[in-house]
Design a protein around this ligand. Structure first.
Ligand SMILES: [Zn+2]
Length: 175
């Protein structure tokens, strides 16, 4: 008899949503990472509604892996801090798009209320702006220049919070 080539079972292509200890959905991870977390006791099954279970077999064990797991160890969300206000982080928050004209080229940081008029270098007063819009607006207030950013600037959301919003929206959509 000839041995069959060992193929990765389809079940290992699934992904699992991992929740924090405080039931905040954090991220979608590969089922293999989820198995490691479950086996090492760093996570447990979490059942929400009709949770799908996948059966993963190894020569010695059969493991039921749910599509949602919850970390039993403490909170990775604590490790995240609001990033500093700098060009790289501001452009990332604003999707590398000028908040005045939508251009994605020659981007700079614009202070919505100019610093010369008391505007702060803070998350709620900076937006990505192309060089052209930035110099067009110059030292004027938004209403003076007739240039108002497309989105009201604010500190970027915690990545897990952003994920959570998306996750619950998707869950809701499935109902
Ligand atoms: Zn622009």
């Amino acid at each position: 008899m000839q041995a069959r080539p060992h193929r990765q079972p389809a079940v290992l292509q699934n992904s699992v949503v991992v929740f924090s200890k405080n039931y905040l959905p954090l991220a979608r991870i590969n089922i293999k990472r989820a198995i490691v977390l479950l086996i090492s006791g760093q996570a447990e099954s979490l059942e929400i509604g009709n949770t799908t279970m996948w059966e993963v077999r190894s020569p010695s064990v059969v493991l039921q892996v749910p599509e949602h797991i919850r970390l039993t160890v403490s909170n990775p969300e604590r490790l995240w801090k609001v990033p500093p206000v700098n060009r790289r982080e501001v452009l990332r928050r604003d999707g590398h798009t000028c908040q005045y004209c939508g251009s994605t080229r020659n981007l700079t940081i614009d202070h919505v209320i100019p610093r010369s008029k008391g505007g702060q270098h803070s998350w709620d007063n900076v937006v990505a702006a192309c060089e052209r819009c930035n110099s067009l607006k110059g030292d004027r207030l938004p209403h003076e220049a007739g240039m108002v950013p497309k989105t009201k600037p604010k500190a970027p959301a915690h990545p897990a919070v952003a994920f959570a919003e998306q996750f619950w929206k998707a869950q809701h959509g499935e109902d």
